[in-house]
Design a protein around this ligand. Structure first.
Ligand code: RP5
Length: 164
């Protein structure tokens, strides 16, 4: 497997607070990733260069996070055959509903796998990327199984009172 099979791209520096949770999840699974700011509307040439060269660069999966009028995942998917997972970043004006609808409503023909708004979506995008990569990597599959087992083991049977 390539040393950096996952590319995490985001439309703005302001998206990193969300998208770093994808990075941290990949780190926990020992999956290499490249993290880049690529804006569909502020750096369109960077987007074209990235998307058209992503497969030859060795990436296997792309995680794309953006907020508001979130063109980035769909535009990326239009220029690469790699699987693209879109993370709707929570926007100030519309709490990420705009991001979600922008990303999820792709016309038939160019798919973007759309995750939940915000941090949960970023984490799950990384876990989906891991699941895709694990199809061809038995060691990663074992690490992913162990990650899920740890998560299961961390759930107590009975609730306790928490500090208010
Ligand atoms: C989008 O606009 C970005 O993905 C970001 O979520 C949103 C706001 O960007 P900034 O104004 O914070 O740079 O392109």
């Amino acid at each position: 497997m390539s040393e950096t099979p996952v590319a995490i791209i985001m439309g703005s520096q302001s998206d990193w607070a969300t998208m770093k949770h994808a990075a941290l999840t990949l780190d926990a699974l020992g999956i290499g990733h490249a993290d880049r700011i690529v804006s569909a509307h502020r750096t369109p040439d960077r987007l074209v260069d990235f998307a058209k060269s992503a497969r030859d660069a060795g990436f296997k999966v792309i995680i794309a996070g953006a907020g508001g009028a979130a063109h980035l995942p769909g535009m990326t998917a239009s220029m690469t055959p790699l699987p693209v997972f879109g993370v709707p970043v929570e926007s100030k004006a519309l709490s990420g509903k705009d991001s979600l609808l922008s990303i999820v409503q792709m016309p038939g023909g160019i798919p973007v796998g759309t995750l939940a708004i915000g941090k949960p979506g970023a984490i799950n995008a990384a876990l989906l990327a891991a699941a895709v990569l694990a199809l061809g990597d038995a060691e990663l599959a074992a690490r992913l199984d162990a990650y899920r087992a740890r998560q299961t083991d961390a759930v107590a049977l009975e609730p306790v009172d928490e500090e208010p």
